[in-house]
Design a protein around this ligand. Structure first.
Ligand code: AKG
Length: 387
């Protein structure tokens, strides 16, 4: 396997990101605030996402909407489905686990086939002419490692024309009971319009890096009752805190694209150029998220864009958060106990924090964070497959 990250490379990439942050902070203190081009949001796509116009308006305004998804019978069916298929065979049951991280393609195929057979029509009804490409269970096991750091999803469709969304359907109520949270989803409302920049899959280039404290001050929790879905724009900043209760929090999650839009993979070059590749709908079954960076697209990019440096300065980010609209029904940051504020840091594969550092917590999104020993295991597995 060529190009795999060793522990040294992991540290170098963390250092690179910290240096970029330091450069950004230095720039913030020396330059007068000017409106950089990427801070002017694109007009919202004309293409409608949600079939309910009021929910569509929420999605456009806040970056997310709460939509009724399952009735009692469907909720029961969803619980039975999870009980029947179960968590991924390699889920360490320690942290937050996405079943699409599983090394078993067979398991992921079963999840996709059964989730679509049972609930494809629910998604069809909720959205206007969309296609599900990614299905995953998200299990948030009780314990301190089950938070999920603030992030934006990568640009999973060509956002110059389209909106990509996730349909996130928990199988239980989410949010605090007597002050104890099981890991409701939290958002920086309106942050889908903080930038027109495309977001690449490489987590070391996350635009949220360095702004975590501001996110935790401005972010809000969106509690939901069982049967409700959160539909959110891939651009909106979102995160969740560890599950502090005794039962796992289980979610059925669907990655969805407008029917006429292909799924995309974005790659960045050091000069700020972004290459847009089209990928097939089973990409997340065939390619492990942890090895995404090793995938070599068979076709040339459909577009190459010069974005330049698209980070926010701390002042820009504060200003954007302060001006953003806050939806009704949310739990504001100041109502959240400070002990819950640390989303933790863990390896996406083994769930452990061992070998990971504070820098990993602050500049990296957990979705692709893999510890050195899992990295080594993947390398051995890939080498054995080649032999
Ligand atoms: O389920 C969670 O807590 C995190 C979900 C998330 O970050 C996502 O779906 O992108």
């Amino acid at each position: 396997m060529t190009g795999s990250r060793t522990q040294g490379a992991l540290r170098r990439s963390v250092r690179r990101a910290s240096q970029a942050l330091a450069r950004r902070a230095a720039r913030a203190t020396t330059t007068a605030p000017a409106t950089a081009a990427h801070l002017v949001p694109r007009p919202e796509p004309e293409r409608v996402t949600l079939s309910d116009p009021a929910k569509q308006a929420d999605l456009e305004r806040y970056g997310f909407a709460v939509v009724d998804a399952f009735d009692e019978a469907q909720l029961e069916l969803a619980r039975e489905l999870y009980a029947e298929i179960g968590p991924a065979p390699d889920d360490p049951q320690l942290a937050l686990n996405w079943s699409f991280h599983s090394r078993s393609a067979e398991y992921k195929r079963e999840v996709k086939a059964k989730m679509l057979a049972a609930f494809g029509d629910v998604v069809d009804r909720m959205l206007v002419d969309h296609e599900v490409y990614l299905t995953t269970f998200i299990t948030k096991w009780p314990g301190p490692n089950s938070g999920f750091a603030p992030h934006q999803d990568p640009s999973l469709v060509d956002e110059r024309r389209f909106r990509g969304v996730t349909v996130w359907i928990p199988l239980h109520d989410t949010g605090p009971v007597d002050g104890v949270d099981n890991g409701m989803l939290r958002f920086v409302p309106g942050s889908h319009r903080f930038s027109s920049a495309l977001r690449v899959t490489d987590v070391d280039r996350s635009q949220v890096a360095g702004h975590e404290d501001a996110v935790l001050r401005h972010g809000v929790g969106m509690p939901t009752t069982a049967g409700q879905a959160l539909v959110f724009d891939n651009r909106v900043i979102h995160y969740s805190m560890p599950n502090e209760r005794d039962e796992p929090r289980v979610v059925l999650s669907f990655g969805v694209r407008p029917r006429e839009a292909a799924c995309t993979l974005m790659r960045a070059d050091d000069d700020g150029t972004v290459r847009i590749y089209e990928i097939h709908d089973d990409f997340y079954i065939d390619v492990l998220p942890a090895e995404n960076h090793l995938y070599e697209p068979p076709e040339p990019p459909i577009a190459t864009i010069a974005q330049g440096d698209v980070g926010w300065t701390p002042e820009e980010f504060e200003r954007l958060c302060a001006a953003a609209p806050v939806p009704p029904g949310v739990i504001r940051a100041e109502e959240v106990a400070t002990a819950w504020r640390d989303p933790g840091v863990f390896c996406a594969l083994c769930g452990s924090s061992e070998g990971l550092e504070d820098a990993d917590r602050s500049v990296r999104n957990n979705a692709q964070l893999v510890c050195a020993s899992c990295e080594q295991e993947l390398r051995l597995r890939d080498a054995a497959e080649v032999d």
